[in-house]
Ligand binder design. Structure first.
Ligand SMILES: C[S@@+](CC[C@H](N)C(=O)[O-])C[C@H]1O[C@@H](n2cnc3c(N)ncnc32)[C@H](O)[C@@H]1O
Length: 205
């Protein structure tokens, strides 16, 4: 694991409140809409890559999903989610890992990633991410991957990012993934700044 990267995110989640970060989102509506478009139901298993303290897990549990995993570099982020969920805090699996070195031990119906992949600015790390994605998704499994769009910010949390449109993201994922849909989304930060995202839905061929 890259210690600097891990330290960065652990410091972010240990020192900032949930709504003090640019990516805070009360309602993960675009993610949920694309998951519905993929045919996901409460019976689907879902993994949220770089889920941080996102409220996606809350929304899934509220909809009856009972096989939800959140993977993140930061243990503090996962602790925030558990605290927020209270008695439901044990209802999801938390994995503290770097996605570029993590090897899945099982498969998931749905892979979700909002604003983690775009931090991988190195081709070898992107290839490692795609290898994990390929290992984790069975044929007909779906992935929702959201990144800053081509006209989005060049940095996030002070770190450089790579920006994508649906086509360039599909090119990185390769032929094993069919792009079904790309949605443009303007995220508004807690302090009112718009950020241009793309959300793409893929099917594992
Ligand atoms: C911009 S935040 C987005 C958090 C969450 N997906 C959301 O929508 O609120 C990026 C997240 O990716 C995580 N992350 C960054 N690089 C990662 C990596 N290599 N492996 C796992 N998680 C990573 C960070 O800890 C952070 O929680």
């Amino acid at each position: 694991m890259d210690g600097d990267r891990s330290g960065h995110w652990e410091a972010v989640y240990s020192t900032k409140r949930e709504s003090d970060v640019s990516w805070f989102q009360q309602d993960p509506a675009t993610s949920l809409a694309l998951m519905a478009s993929a045919g996901a139901t409460a019976a689907s298993s879902v993994i949220d890559i770089g889920g941080g303290a996102s409220r996606l897990v809350d929304a899934l549990l509220a909809r009856g999903y009972d096989d939800v995993t959140v993977l993140d570099l930061s243990a503090a982020a996962l602790a925030t989610v558990r605290r927020r969920l209270g008695p439901d805090g044990d209802s999801f699996q938390g994995i503290v890992a770097d996605i570029t070195t993590w090897r899945p031990r099982r498969r998931y119906d749905v892979w979700h990633d909002r604003a983690a992949f775009h931090f991988l600015t190195d081709a070898a790390e992107r290839a490692a991410y795609v290898a994990a994605l390929r290992a984790a998704l069975p044929p007909d499994g779906h992935a929702v991957i959201a990144t800053f769009a081509l006209d989005g910010p060049e940095r996030c949390s002070g770190l450089p990012v790579t920006r994508y449109d649906g086509e360039s993201l599909a090119a990185v994922l390769g032929d094993d993934f069919e792009r079904l849909e790309t949605v443009a989304h303007s995220h508004v930060t807690p302090w009112g700044a718009p950020q241009s995202f793309q959300f793409s839905l893929f099917r594992r061929v």
